[in-house]
Design a protein around this ligand. Structure first.
Ligand SMILES: CC(=O)N[C@@H]([C@@H](O)[C@H](O)[C@H](O)CO)[C@@H](O)CC(=O)C(=O)O
Length: 307
């Protein structure tokens, strides 16, 4: 029913872009989206965790998606994360995503209230029924508190429109089990970037990640090595990636650190929205070092393609 191939590969979870006053900046969104299109990634995941969708109003989220669609909608696979605290708002965002031309919608379980599986099912179902787009479940229990169980996943996966799950929990066993439940025609997309290769090796069809955004070439390199069966080589690049991620995670906010690195790479996204913290002046030197390290690994990855 749907072309699943276009969801397989490296999909960057797009960072939020703000101006100096902290307002959503559509021009910066476009420049960031263009930056990734030019790097050759498969697609963008818009308005998720890295996209700070939960910190933005519905109107702002629509502006972001429209900017992305305008700039790269005809070149990349665009997945719109439409989850929010209420089903009503999520359905409104889902309908907007369809009218904007997104390739798929995706959503976390509703946040804040501790919800029963029946409630989460209804929440997702309302979104699924509101458009003709395919739907990708976003499983991220460490932030939502909702642990997706096998029976609900099986029920959801049985629907044609539910094409996959983005799994950000850190268990590759769970990833493999989800794939087994969904079957070969059900996408499982790796969430923990530190485990991209492990996820691929155990059944993931690709990945959606936030840290891809500061080093897309390295993830593209792991992916191409994996596809060519060069596992030692793939592992080497994944280990380099993990050194960078360890550095990024040592800052008070991962997204603040990623945006500070991107700034040094020549792409301005502004600061993350509070309560997510920007990088302090005292920490700037560590960002410079990380940027240098990413640059060196990226140059090496690009050189090894040419060699
Ligand atoms: C918990 C979390 O934020 N996970 C991230 C990863 O990209 C994560 O930042 C990375 O693996 C570093 O830990 C993604 O799975 C989330 C994501 O893709 C998103 O921005 O929606």
């Amino acid at each position: 029913m749907f072309d699943l191939e276009k969801f397989k590969g490296i999909i960057v979870a797009l960072y939020a872009c703000y101006d100096e006053e902290g307002n959503v900046d559509a021009l910066r969104v476009k420049k960031l989206a263009r930056h990734y299109a030019d790097k050759g990634v498969k697609g963008l995941y818009v308005g998720g965790s890295s996209g700070e969708g939960m910190l933005q109003t519905a109107a702002e989220r629509k502006v972001v998606l429209e900017a992305v669609m305008e700039e790269v909608g005809s070149e990349l696979t665009i997945i719109a994360h439409v989850g929010s605290a209420s089903t009503r708002e999520s359905v409104g965002l889902a309908k907007h995503a369809e009218s904007a031309g997104a390739d798929a919608i995706s959503a976390v379980p509703a946040i804040y209230y501790r919800l029963s599986p029946a409630s989460v099912e209804r929440h997702w179902q309302e979104m699924i029924d509101s458009t003709s787009l395919p739907f990708i479940i976003y499983h991220i229990p460490q932030t939502t508190g909702f642990q997706l169980q096998a029976d609900l996943l099986a029920k959801m996966a049985a629907q044609d429109k539910v094409i996959g799950v983005k799994i950000s929990s850190e268990s590759t066993y769970e990833l493999q089990q989800f794939k087994a439940i969904g079957g070969p025609d059900f996408l499982v997309l790796n969430g923990p970037d530190e485990q991209y290769l492990a996820g691929r090796s155990i059944g993931a069809d690709g990945g959606i990640g936030g840290t891809y955004g500061v080093m897309p070439e390295l993830f593209l390199k792991v992916e191409s090595c994996y596809r060519e069966g060069l596992m030692d080589e793939a592992r080497k690049w994944q280990f380099n990636i993990n050194e960078i991620i360890k550095g990024l995670l040592s800052f008070p906010s991962l997204y603040g650190a990623c945006k500070a690195v991107l700034r040094l790479q020549g792409v301005e996204c502004g600061e993350p929205r509070l309560p997510l913290l920007p990088v302090s002046d005292a920490d700037h030197g560590r960002i410079v070092l990380l940027h240098k390290q990413i640059h060196e690994y990226t140059e090496a990855a690009l050189a090894s393609v040419k060699a």
